[in-house]
Structure formats: structure tokens, C-alpha cells
Ligand binder design. Structure first.
Ligand code: BES
Ligand code: MN
Ligand code: MN
Length: 464
């Protein structure tokens, strides 16, 4: 392992330059205008995998963006790790809020990242984190220190719901056969306190359309006498949460798995500064479900949020209009054992029932995803624990995250395989936001830690 770490030290600059090249390509999966760039990025990943030592590399076509597959089978008797990551990124907008262009990476120092952070869309989510695995793999191969079989599955549609991954996994069960899935697409509590994610929320996402009169009207001539769909939609949305900020959809909480008092006490021991939290967000107070702490609200509790709302006149000046239509995009984060399809149906039924006769309501479901819990009594959790302990010189603690990675439950269902979420980002890295960045410390720490994971995993598996 010494040689691997020495090799990594020697190649630091190149490893960063290569990531920068990758970040320059705008692989935005949501926008068809970037289709070529997404394809180009897939090709780049395939080339990096080949160069790093993957024996078989394929860019697999799907109905959407390609999936990059690579493997190095060292010895059929050794355990096999499947590395999952995504090379697609969120759209960069609003671009005007970025301090530097989203696809022209720059390195800047920040308070949280005194050694510098790389600013670009995808820097943390997930190009930077995914690329750590290719670089760690390269170092292990170059130093003859890889004692596991490795498979890579790097997709290009995570940010749009991994719509074609299900079919790909079902069709390629043999190819993807493995003992564990290893993912770096989450974070740590801080650079001083490592953590391993053991839970993710699920997602139900709907779009609603409220229609009043068949066309826009003069708000003087008709206002007050005809339902204004924006007024009505606002009221309907407001009623979805009660005075304690609980979600007021009948049946919504029915399947929520209760978290024990002991577990809640434990999870609230994680380092958390309310003052810093508020300061970083520039809010005077936090907000959420009564009876739960901020950490709990953002991890073990389900939520409902309006992601966007529009309708009527939004141009310059004042136009007096009573609009015909109002729209909103609404997401619900779900926790174990809520079922996204069931929740979507409950929402649909309830939302329809809220509508007065004066308007028509349409609810259209978008992609969703299941919540996940990963066990801690497994060789993979232990291996991640020991690897992080070695590089951070501190025991990582298990945490449940508020984000969603729907493929985790898919891997369990289709491949029968558990996942270990060993991420290295920070919640303050502005993923999905303007000025997304990834600390150089985090990038290099990730690359250093991954080889130890393989070492411990191989050792633990051979003992079994
Ligand atoms: N990597 C994130 C999820 C994440 C980030 C989990 C940080 C935990 C900590 C992933 O790329 C993502 O953005 N997922 C989406 C869901 C998807 C269905 C679009 C999300 O959480 O909104
Ligand atoms: Mn991600
Ligand atoms: Mn994301």
C-alpha cells in the first residue's frame, strides 16, 4: 500500500488536470442540446478506464445516454466490487449567479477549503467523486496492489432519474455480478469528522396544473367573480402542510418506519452547529416539522417542497390579468418504508379533492425513487470504516442523508446486492447550485482512501 500512496503523491498534478478536462465538457443530461457533450464525456470516461488498466471497456447504448462499463478481473476467486457513479451533471442555470463560468473550472480557496476547491458544475456531483475511483484504480493497477476484481458502471442519466438503468441491470445481470456496489456520490459531515451514509431518502415528484377560465381575462372586468387559478393553487399548496408543518395528505405517514429513541439520540450526537448552519444559509431561523431536530428533519423525516411555481404575467411592469392557468412542480422526499408510487397516488387523490368546482386540476407524475437503508454489520461497511479511519485518523460515524440515489434500492432488488456509500463531499459544496465546488482535500483524500477499502474488503472477505 506504501507504493500506491507514493504513486498517488507523485501523480497529484496530473490527476487534477485530468479531472479539470472532464469538467470542461458540459454533460447536462436533462437538456437535449448537450447530447453530443454527454456522449463525448462517456467516451472520455471509457478512455480513462482503459488507460487506468480496465481490460474490457464498453460504451453501452441505451434509449437515452450511454452507460460506461469497464472491468478488470484479477482472479475469479477474489471478491468483486462494482463501482457505480454518474458522469452526467445538473443544468448550470441560473448561469448569471455563478462567479466563474460553470464549465471553465477554476481553483479558489474558501474558508471551508483553505487548500483550494475546484469550482465547476459536476465538480462534486459526481464527476469529481466518480473520478477518484478511476484514479485509485489506476494507482492500484500500476503498483500491482489490486486484490479484488473491479467492475465499473458509470451512467449518464442519474440526474434525470436513471430511467434506463433498470433495464440495463436486468439485461446484464451476469455482467454486473458482484459482491458489493461501491458508490461515492454522498458526503462526509466535515473534513475533520468522517462519516458513512447508511440511509437515503426516496422521491415522489409531480407537476400540477390548475385551469380557471379558458383564456386570460381582464382582472378588472372579471376579477373577484371568476376563480384565479394562481390564488387557488397557492391555497391548495398552503393546505398541504398543517400548523406543525406536518404533511396533511391522508395516509402520507402510514408506512413511515419509526426510528427508535435510542437511534434518534445517537444521530443527534453528530457534530452540528446551528449558528454556522444559519449563517451559511443567511437565514435568521430554521423551519420544519414540530418535534424534530434540524438533523432529523433533513434525514429521517419525509418532506414536501414546491420546486417551482409559475403562471400569469411575469414580464416587465404591471399587466392586469386574471390568468387562465397556474402550475407548480412539487417533490416529496420519502423515508423507509414509504413507496413512491403509493405516495404519488395519495397525492393525486388528495390534490384533486382540494380543488373547488371553479377550477380543473391535472396532476402529472415525474420520475421517483425509493428510499434506502444500508446495513452496518457487513464486510463492506467495515472496510469503508477501516479505510476512512486510516486516512482521517478518526472513526467515521454512520449518518442518514436527506438526498436520494434511487439506484441503491434497484441494485438490491435486481442484482440482490447491497451498496456501501463512501462519499467525500460536503453539504456546503453547492451541488445542484451556482458555484458548485469540490475541495482538493476531499478529492485527494478520496483517492487515498479507496485503495484501503479494497485492501480491507479483500481481507475481510477471505476471512469469512
Ligand atoms: N448525489 C446526489 C444525491 C446526494 C447528494 C445524496 C448528497 C446524498 C448526499 C444525486 O446526484 C442527486 O442529486 N439525486 C437526486 C435524485 C434524482 C432522482 C434526480 C436528488 O437527491 O435530488
Ligand atoms: Mn450525484
Ligand atoms: Mn445530483
Amino acid at each position: 500500500m506504501k507504493e500506491v500512496q507514493a504513486y498517488l503523491k507523485k501523480n497529484k498534478k496530473r490527476h487534477l488536470d485530468e479531472l479539470i478536462d472532464l469538467l470542461k465538457v458540459p454533460s447536462v443530461s436533462a437538456d437535449p442540446a448537450y447530447k453530443k457533450d454527454v456522449a463525448k464525456t462517456a467516451k472520455m470516461i471509457a478512455d480513462f478506464l482503459k488507460k487506468a488498466g480496465a481490460k474490457k471497456v464498453e460504451v453501452c447504448k441505451t434509449k437515452g445516454h450511454p452507460i460506461v462499463y469497464g472491468e478488470r478481473i484479477v482472479d475469479k476467486k477474489l471478491p468483486t466490487v462494482l463501482v457505480y457513479g454518474h458522469y452526467d451533471v445538473q443544468p448550470a442555470d441560473p448561469v448569471e449567479l455563478w462567479d466563474s463560468p460553470p464549465f471553465e473550472p477554476v481553483i479558489k480557496k474558501t474558508k471551508i477549503h483553505p487548500q483550494g476547491a475546484i469550482f465547476a458544475r459536476g465538480a462534486c456531483d459526481d464527476k469529481g467523486q466518480m473520478f477518484m475511483h478511476i484514479k485509485a484504480f489506476e494507482a492500484m493497477v500500476a503498483n500491482d496492489s489490486l486484490h479484488c476484481n473491479v467492475k465499473f458502471m458509470i451512467e449518464g442519466e442519474e440526474e434525470v432519474g436513471s430511467v434506463n438503468l433498470n433495464e440495463f441491470c436486468k439485461k446484464n445481470k451476469k455482467k454486473l455480478a458482484c459482491d458489493v456496489v461501491l458508490v461515492s456520490d454522498t458526503g462526509v459531515i466535515s473534513n475533520k469528522q468522517p462519516s458513512i451514509t447508511i440511509g437515503l431518502r426516496g422521491l415522489s415528484y409531480v407537476e400540477v396544473e390548475v385551469t380557471g377560465p379558458k383564456k386570460d381575462l381582464h382582472s378588472g372586468l372579471f376579477g373577484g367573480a371568476v376563480a384565479n387559478p394562481i390564488n387557488i393553487l397557492s391555497k391548495m399548496i398552503a393546505s398541504l402542510q398543517d400548523k406543525n408543518n406536518k404533511i396533511a395528505i391522508p395516509g402520507f405517514y402510514d408506512d413511515v418506519l419509526r426510528v427508535s429513541k435510542k437511534d434518534r439520540t445517537e444521530m443527534n450526537k453528530a457534530p452540528f452547529s446551528m449558528a454556522a448552519y444559519k449563517r451559511n444559509l443567511d437565514v435568521k431561523d430554521v423551519h420544519g416539522e414540530k418535534g424534530y431536530t434540524t438533523l432529523e428533519r433533513a434525514s429521517i423525516r419525509p418532506t414536501l417542497d414546491v420546486n417551482g411555481i409559475w403562471g400569469g404575467y411575469i414580464g416587465e411592469g404591471a399587466k392586469t390579468v386574471l390568468p387562465s392557468k397556474a402550475y407548480a412542480k412539487i417533490s416529496m422526499r420519502l423515508v423507509p418504508n414509504q413507496d413512491p408510487d403509493k405516495i404519488t397516488k395519495l397525492f393525486q387523490k388528495h390534490f384533486q379533492s382540494l380543488a373547488p368546482k371553479s377550477v380543473k386540476v391535472k396532476v402529472t407524475p415525474h420520475h421517483g425513487g425509493e428510499p434506502a437503508l444500508t446495513p452496518t454489520d457487513t464486510p463492506e461497511y467495515k472496510a469503508a470504516f477501516l479505510a476512512m479511519k486510516q486516512t482521517y485518523k478518526k472513526n467515521p460515524i454512520p449518518v442518514r442523508s436527506g438526498g436520494s440515489i434511487p439506484i441503491v434500492s434497484l441494485f438490491e432488488k435486481v442484482l440482490g446486492i447491497k451498496t456501501v456509500l463512501m462519499g467525500f463531499g460536503l453539504d456546503s459544496d453547492d451541488i445542484h447550485s451556482p458555484n458548485e465546488h469540490y475541495g482538493l482535500f476531499n478529492y485527494y483524500r478520496g483517492i487515498e482512501t479507496i485503495p484501503y477499502f479494497y485492501e480491507h474488503y479483500a481481507a475481510l472477505k477471505s476471512k469469512k
